[in-house]
Design a protein around this ligand. Structure first.
Ligand SMILES: Cc1cc2nc3c(=O)[nH]c(=O)nc-3n(C[C@H](O)[C@H](O)[C@H](O)COP(=O)(O)OP(=O)(O)OC[C@H]3O[C@@H](n4cnc5c(N)ncnc54)[C@H](O)[C@@H]3O)c2cc1C
Length: 382
């Protein structure tokens, strides 16, 4: 397990940090206020290799490991959680699904566009009535000769409107049959495919979240990813890796909130001294820092296993569960340390607080992570 960054990784971190300060920091509150999804930013991130971090160079990606991926999401999320979330969804979910289960032809067709940032990707599993319980999905795909006809709506999809391409999970078999779901690639512009309602969110407001709507949408057989009926099993594997990205996102937000609170505590004076000198505040900072480091170690462990090609079902869920809960606690304490100023938009503490909550919900809630961890523990003990 790699505990510190190599020279190359440090250089990469510095250039991402510099990019975030220059291209994101000046705009983040305006984007947040207007719920503006900064599409062009992701093209620039593509030029830096951030949109296909785990994609091999053969398919136009950066060919990096989960260590660099974790670090990059963290650096962006320290400045703006929404940018980190969009990057994570694009890389881990949409691009990751094609990378893991696509044929050479499918990878050659779509990955270079996604990895360069020319195209942005979406990944549709969730529906209005089926979130945690995804196996009951109602979006269906029926075979008609050499084509599939997709019908239904996916909800809460990152880049539901702006995504140039979506990987969509749809029912091709009986309800509740884990082998009754198939993954399809649907390109924007395909007749019968449109973006629907955009959500008005508490946090992560410049990451677009919207419906994907399919109205008798015809998809060629060549757009099926992997085998028919394997979509649910594929999706669970994709979420295993995706959870490392949400753990990294959580760490970035928590570290940003911690830095804001620490700087403020050193400068803000009450009763004739900086508030950092009060033990009550010092203890808060100590708890925040210790929790962040513990969650960081769990995340690094999951990265190490993933880099070795090992299963991360339990370790990814542990990292995601712990890091996201820590993120919410740290961001909440961050607001508390800033007092009244923490409750205003003059300081970023309130944005970290709002953004943090998504981390315990997206890609499986904390309750679902505990179910996954519990199941894995029981499997190990048999
Ligand atoms: C900003 C944002 C972006 C998103 N992006 C995407 C995306 O790109 N693609 C995508 O497919 N989805 C996406 N989602 C959806 C997200 O993954 C779901 O919201 C999440 O999986 C939870 O599903 P749900 O909202 O339907 O909650 P529900 O499943 O209805 O859960 C409600 C509550 O019940 C609890 N609960 C449910 N089942 C159990 C159980 N068995 N045991 C104990 N407790 C349980 C949950 O933990 C939660 O507290 C996104 C969501 C948000 C908010």
């Amino acid at each position: 397990m790699q505990l510190s960054l190599t020279q190359d990784q440090r250089m990469m971190r510095d250039s991402i940090r510099d990019f975030a300060q220059r291209e994101i920091l000046p705009h983040r509150m305006d984007w947040d206020e207007r719920q503006h999804f900064p599409r062009d930013l992701f093209r620039k991130m593509g030029e830096m290799g951030l949109m296909g971090m785990l994609v091999p160079e053969q398919y136009g990606g950066a060919g990096l490991t989960y260590y660099e991926y974790k670090m990059a999401i963290e650096e962006l999320a320290k400045v703006c959680g929404s940018v980190g979330l969009s990057m994570a969804a694009h890389n881990s979910l949409c691009t990751g699904h094609i990378l893991a289960f696509g044929t050479h032809e499918q990878k050659s067709k779509w990955l270079p566009k996604l990895a360069s940032g020319e195209w942005i990707g979406a990944w549709g599993l969730t529906e209005a009535n089926t979130g945690s319980d995804a196996m009951r999905m109602q979006c269906v795909a029926k075979q008609d000769g050499e084509e599939w006809v997709l019908h239904g709506t996916k909800n809460w999809i990152t880049h539901g409107i702006s995504g140039d391409l979506a990987v969509v999970l749809a029912r091709t078999g009986e309800p509740l049959d884990s082998k009754g779901i198939t993954a399809f690639v649907v390109e924007r512009g395909t007749p019968g495919f449109s973006g629907g309602k955009k959500e008005n969110k508490l946090g992560m407001r410049c990451s677009e979240t919207a419906e994907l709507v399919f109205d008798q949408c015809r998809i060629p057989q060549s757009h099926v990813l992997g085998e028919v009926g394997q979509g649910f099993i594929q999706a669970m594997k994709i979420l295993d890796g995706g959870r490392i990205s949400i753990a990294s996102l959580s760490l970035g937000i928590a570290k940003g909130a911690m830095e804001t609170a620490t700087n403020y505590a050193k400068e803000r004076e009450q009763f004739g001294q900086p508030i950092a000198r009060f033990q009550a505040i010092g203890f808060k900072l100590a708890d925040m820092a210790t929790s962040i480091e513990a969650a960081d170690l769990l995340t690094l462990q999951a990265c190490a296993l993933k880099n070795e090609g090992k299963s991360v079902t339990k370790e990814g869920a542990m990292a995601k569960y712990e890091a996201s809960e820590v993120c919410v606690r740290v961001a909440t304490e961050g607001v508390q340390i800033l007092g009244g100023y923490g409750y205003t938009k003059d300081f970023p503490a309130e944005k970290y607080f709002r953004d943090s909550k998504l981390c315990t919900i997206g890609e499986g809630t904390s309750e679902i992570q505990k179910l996954v961890i519990g199941r894995e523990l029981l499997r190990e003990s048999v």
